[in-house]
Design a protein around this ligand. Sequence first.
Ligand code: FAD
Length: 292
Amino acid sequence: MEMTEISNEKTGAVYKPSNPWQAVVLKNTRLTNQNSPDDVRHILINVRNSGMEILEGQSIGVIIPGTDESGKKHRVRIYSIASPREGESSNDIIALTVKRVFYRDEVTNELKKGLGSNYICDLKEGDNVQITGPIGRTFLLPEDNTTDIIMIALGTGIAPFRAFIQHMYHEKQTWQGQVLLFYGAKTGLESLYMNDENNDIGQYYTKDTFKAFKALSNTSERKLVQHKMRDNIDLIWNIMQKDKFSLYICGVKGVEENVAEVFQGIAMGQGLSWDNLFQKYKTEKRWHIEVY
Ligand SMILES: Cc1cc2nc3c(=O)[nH]c(=O)nc-3n(C[C@H](O)[C@H](O)[C@H](O)COP(=O)(O)OP(=O)(O)OC[C@H]3O[C@@H](n4cnc5c(N)ncnc54)[C@H](O)[C@@H]3O)c2cc1C
């Protein structure tokens, strides 16, 4: 698991694992259709009186109750905050997007439940949950609202971008720069915040500056996120040549490598070295990756 450019120590997080905040669960709803094998939850947590000030792109830690076989406390699990600084309807409330994880045990080949995600996905209204954070200083939106933004997400990687989009188009504010979202999911049933269960992001499709592209891998379309990006390569390159743009990649580890091929292709087509271009963007702090 990787936490790019994020460190609890560096952030001066308000609540640390040694000093967590006890929050209360307000709501836990399913974001994927009942017919989908994936159970992804939208979880609202009340952080009233915690004094937490959150920025879009930050995460929180969740303390998993109990200890392992050797009596050690469980590792804190990290989750992106899916709501903007303005909060989820109130700035006392933050949202998380959590996928219930299952995996095969390496030794026994038994199907096992991911400890943290199952604990969180089973939380009920009124339950207490201990949280840490906010965590993260780099996966953040620029202040200048004329900056062009490219967001690339897979699965629950959409969580910080829901926060970005809600902040960018909050009430009377409208982001002036061009905003592109490339999102990869298996089918429409797993298109988080862009499906029949919850269409929060779909509401922004009519904004002049916003364009969303869905890549559905398990449909007749059979597109992966990198394919959808290749289909729109001119739009992407047009933005990447500007002085002001920021690019963000979030989701399952490996997505950053898959989409790197698209950028290598773009660079090659322009007779440029992708390694040099990538270094330049990194140095200029325009390239942000958060994979796990
Ligand atoms: C910055 C950041 C942001 C994140 N944001 C989100 C988010 O918004 N939403 C979200 O759902 N997740 C997010 N995650 C991932 C999350 O933190 C957890 O890693 C995830 O929920 C799985 O945790 P778990 O406790 O359920 O699984 P664990 O019990 O920790 O298991 C995790 C994985 O370890 C492997 N594993 C563990 N034990 C064994 C074993 N005995 N044999 C074989 N394999 C094994 C399996 O691959 C398993 O899937 C984020 C992670 C980071 C670092």
